[in-house]
Design a protein around this ligand. Structure first.
Ligand code: PMP
Ligand code: GLN
Length: 375
């Protein structure tokens, strides 16, 4: 008996484990390999000796809540109430899970867009609700006609991920308008906007749900300090939502974790006084450009990458294998780990595409590219 009979171990676990077993360069699971900012580790060392080791209030460490409110104002000119509209979570993962548990009821339908990140489906199934997976267009833009056709009075929620993992696509102004139209047509529908890569965009600007009144009044927005400050292992993220939605989310949060790690919250809170989020995009743009330049000499075909720290490539010119087998062989024979894109589709659609994470120091990217150019 299983409550999730069709869900298996996450591909990120599978590929990272295999990379470690074969001593391969791990460009699969999305995490940086360069050191954390020394200013942040100094804050941790200082705080470790202070009185910060007991439970914080349930919704978050109060100074962090007000710094998040300032950050959202700085980034998106949105004014939010720190006490009632923010929840600090154990990474965006817990924020997403908690939101779905709190707001989705049995028999409800939830729209998710394929290819989609793996954290959405399981919590929907655990609510006894139905994930309705709608394919993105071939160029990974949303097809608003098919999305609207999939919506009905049963649709409780639509989940968007912008910037998008794994494709690196970001939504345009016209997509955002189409989303507004959709929410107007379906007045009961809630929007869950996964924006964990909000600060990792390049030529095009990220349009956050925070900036649109119509959307934000109906939305839960998920963010991740793990992604923004290169500290994925700390597992600290946050949700922003209007108070009526947040009240329901907090009811679940208090019994899932009650409160998030106090030292991490306090450290991030102090760090927010001295760090700027405005340079994260250009930092990763240099990485993207360098990695793409290194791979331009290979037989892999580079797909566009507008945001996130993932580069999708086609290996069509190299092999006919399915993408899972290809990724396994890439590890065992060539010493580089990647993520097969078929895992982001309901039916494992295989387009001979794989994803590399370029959040790595230059020496790692160079050695990985050297190996990949030999294939
Ligand atoms: N959403 C997306 C699209 C992601 O790629 C990730 C991976 N970090 C998460 C959510 C989860 O974020 P966190 O590590 O903060 O739990
Ligand atoms: N979000 C990361 C990725 O896409 C993985 C996080 C995880 O391992 N769950 O690679």
């Amino acid at each position: 008996m299983s409550k999730l009979p069709n869900i298996s171990t996450s591909i990120f676990t599978v590929m990272s484990k295999m990379a470690a077993e074969h001593n391969a360069i791990n460009l699969s699971q999305g995490f940086p390999n360069f050191p954390v900012d020394e200013k942040l580790t100094a804050i941790v060392a200082k705080l470790a000796t202070e009185d910060i080791h007991q439970y914080t209030p349930m919704a978050g460490y109060p100074p962090l809540l007000s710094k998040i409110a300032s950050l959202v104002k700085h980034s998106y000119q949105r004014i939010i109430q720190a006490e009632t509209e923010i929840l600090v979570t154990t990474g965006a993962t817990q924020g997403i899970f908690t939101t779905i548990q709190a707001l989705v009821e049995s028999e409800d339908e939830v729209i998710i867009l394929d290819p989609s990140y793996d954290s959405y489906e399981a919590p929907i199934l655990l609510c006894n609700a139905k994930p309705v997976r709608v394919a993105l267009n071939d160029d990974y833009t949303p097809n608003w006609t098919t999305i609207e056709a999939a919506c009905s009075s049963k649709t409780k929620m639509i989940i968007i991920n912008n910037p998008h993992n794994p494709t690196g696509k970001i939504l345009t102004e016209s997509d955002i308008k189409a989303l507004e139209n959709l929410l107007e047509k379906f007045p009961k529908m809630i929007l869950l906007s996964d924006e964990v890569y909000e600060y990792i965009t390049f030529e095009e600007k990220h349009i956050s749900v925070h900036t649109r009144e119509l959307l934000r009044n109906r939305a839960v927005v998920a963010s991740s300090f793990g992604k923004s400050f290169h500290i994925t292992g700390w597992k600290v993220g946050y949700l922003v939502a209007p108070e009526p939605l947040m009240t329901e989310i907090k009811k679940v949060h208090q019994f899932l974790v009650f409160s998030v790690n106090s030292l991490s919250q306090a450290a991030i809170s102090e760090y927010l006084d001295i760090v700027s989020v405005d340079e994260i995009g250009s930092f990763y743009q240099q990485k993207r450009d360098y990695f793409r330049q290194l791979l331009s000499k290979s037989r892999f075909k580079l797909m566009p990458c507008e945001g996130t720290y993932f580069q999708v490539v086609s290996y069509e010119a190299i092999s006919n294998e399915n993408d899972v087998d290809f990724c396994k062989r890439l590890i065992t024979e060539h010493g580089v780990a990647a993520i097969p894109i078929s895992n982001f589709y309901e039916n494992g659609k295989d387009l001979h595409l794989i994803r590399f994470c370029f959040a790595k120091d230059n020496a790692t990217l160079e050695e990985a590219a050297r190996r990949l150019c030999q294939i």
